[in-house]
Design a protein around this ligand. Structure first.
Ligand SMILES: Cc1cc2nc3c(=O)[nH]c(=O)nc-3n(C[C@H](O)[C@H](O)[C@H](O)COP(=O)(O)O)c2cc1C
Length: 149
């Protein structure tokens, strides 16, 4: 029996969910889309950075923890990403105090702003409303793609 395929990464709109389901995925997984929801425990600076014009792209980086993860490119990633060693969890502990201090000082340039590639399409809504909106967009995309879509 084939393994279930869950599509993930960069999905922010119902039409994208329709596309991955039409391509054969059995489910779609969304992370960043829910990050700005009031139910999310992310730091307020992290939430607002998703659509802040200062942060226009993401990058895979080891700068914060020593293990690759995708985040909004800020000063810390630009300065320390290029030489960061594969040293998890040592790097995680090394940068922990610095990241906390940056958050306390209101400086998103030294925080770990984890985000997927669709971050600029993030919408700040309660989670239940976001799910309802995504479901409506999915239904609309399916209706407009016709009986074979
Ligand atoms: C705040 C945050 C923390 C995350 N932490 C992890 C993690 O610890 N391990 C992991 O494999 N992926 C982590 N991810 C990546 C999610 O797996 C990813 O968001 C998911 O694949 C969906 O992609 P999307 O965010 O583009 O929708 C994290 C993502 C965010 C936004």
């Amino acid at each position: 029996m084939p393994l279930p395929l869950v599509a993930a990464g960069g999905l922010m709109r119902g039409a994208q969910i329709a596309a991955v389901l039409a391509a054969g995925a059995c489910a779609a997984q969304l992370g960043t889309a829910f990050l700005p929801c009031p139910e999310s425990g992310a730091h307020p600076l992290h939430k607002s950075a998703l659509t802040d014009p200062r942060f226009v792209r993401t990058e895979l980086t080891r700068a914060f923890s020593g293990r690759p993860a995708r985040g909004l490119v800020n000063r810390f990633i630009r300065e320390h990403g290029p030489y960061a060693p594969a040293a998890y969890p040592q790097l995680h502990h090394l940068t922990s105090g610095l990241r906390k201090a940056a958050a306390a000082a209101g400086d998103p340039q030294a925080m770990n702003l984890w985000a997927g590639q669709g971050h600029r399409l993030a919408r700040t809504l309660p989670a239940a409303e976001l799910v309802a909106l995504l479901a409506a967009e999915l239904a609309a995309a399916r209706a407009s793609s016709g009986p074979t879509g």
